[in-house]
Design a protein around this ligand. Sequence first.
Ligand SMILES: Cc1cc2nc3c(=O)[nH]c(=O)nc-3n(C[C@H](O)[C@H](O)[C@H](O)COP(=O)(O)OP(=O)(O)OC[C@H]3O[C@@H](n4cnc5c(N)ncnc54)[C@H](O)[C@@H]3O)c2cc1C
Length: 467
Amino acid sequence: MPDALPGWAPLALTIVNPSADHRTVDDPLSASRAPLEPDAVGHRYDVLVVGGGPAGSSCAYWLAEAGWDVALCEKKVFPREKTCGDGLTPRAVRQIADMGIEGSLSGAHRYDGLRANAYGKSLELSWPDHPTFPSYGYVITRHDLDGIVNDRAAKAGATIWQGTEAVAPLLEEDATPRGAGGGLRACRGALVREKATGETRQIAARYVVVADGSNSRFGRALGTTRDRNQPMGMALRTYYRSPGHDRPFIESFLDLRDGSGQVVPGYGWIFPLGDGRVNAGVGLLSTDRRWKGVNTATLMERFVAWAPREWELTPQNCLGPATGGKLPMGLAIGPKVGPTTLVVGDAAGTINPFNGEGIAYGYESGRLAAASLGEALSGDGPEALSSYERRLDEAWGLYYRVARAFIRMISNPELMALCVGSGMYSESLMGWLLKIMANLLRPDETGPAEAAYRALALVARMTPEGP
Ligand SMILES: Cc1cc2nc3c(=O)[nH]c(=O)nc-3n(C[C@H](O)[C@H](O)[C@H](O)COP(=O)(O)OP(=O)(O)OC[C@H]3O[C@@H](n4cnc5c(N)ncnc54)[C@H](O)[C@@H]3O)c2cc1C
């Protein structure tokens, strides 16, 4: 029996609610900007979501759309800056379309594929035709994107508090961690602080979703930890004015080098924003002790100085200092299910290790969590939450295992150079790799990319994953 191809489960989900009363808030802003009202004290929400990035807003949207009483607290006020490459792949576009807001991206830069550059060669790789995903992506700043999705959740009926930080979980009296390996502590809401006034109050909920991103202080307070044997990414980006701002391909540079000229496991990117700017950055995988010492700021300086002149990434065109962040990947953070809690997005390490993409996986994990919460709230009780783990595993378990095996391979500099070097001689080989790495394999095809993935999956299954 061949291994199933990855990634279908999140696309056909409905969130159950037998007594659904589909509420619609006419003015989303009145809901999203609502101050902390005194009469909310004593109210118990079905679900409280902590964090309003892609994972939290998607989870709140799908729950609210199904008629559940969901609240979301976000410590910042939208629109807000968020360090990111700003690249949406067809997978992310599909989730945005499913939430009914692709039209809101009409002003964003739509692009056709990836231009891969290495060893002096360039290959233009269009996004593949696919029955489920569009064959285009967008580049849009998170400053603009995240507020659109959050507003969508508000419009669907979620109660949203912006500028409101969850400062501590409300723990049940017996909140000793439960489950194998320590487990998560039972949590029934959060103590929140409104930034503008400093006022604190409690928000009670039957279930809590942790969506507070890669630093995830709230998740750690409940007992999440990262498996340090798994790879972790570090990335840095900034914006430049550039004549290449409206090119139809995003660009990646695969032969990123450290100070000694060694090719490192990672890539540099230039993503055109279509508004006079490009987003330029570098990402590095800390797969191996050798790469832990590499300074990403130096890597970024070297990349920008070396980038093709036509982009004009000069100090005069630079629009601000580079900012960076961590990329927890491969589902390396757990537990993801507690007695009353689910962990989604970067807080659960959902980034795709193949390419560092996390927005689509944030949306999808939020949606998967909403499906399990719908079952729990519909009468199946807290035991139904464990279906979230199963859903994640069905969606990406094997795929991420293959990705981790791939990363182990490319953290060997000679193998990395061999892979990239030989790939750049074959457009079809790089096309398959793009399909695999962006998780865009076709279930209805037995083409070379699908066959290559199955072969890799077989190897990954047989290879033990150790430190
Ligand atoms: C430099 C860089 C470049 C990247 N480029 C790309 C890219 O091009 N494409 C891509 O798909 N992915 C990219 N990623 C990854 C992507 O940014 C993340 O995977 C994605 O943002 C994860 O979404 P999230 O909702 O889990 O977390 P976040 O987007 O981090 O959202 C978490 C939210 O929670 C809020 N929050 C935190 N703590 C609290 C609290 N206690 N109370 C209330 N609110 C709280 C935060 O303010 C934030 O809004 C990049 C990452 C980095 C660092």
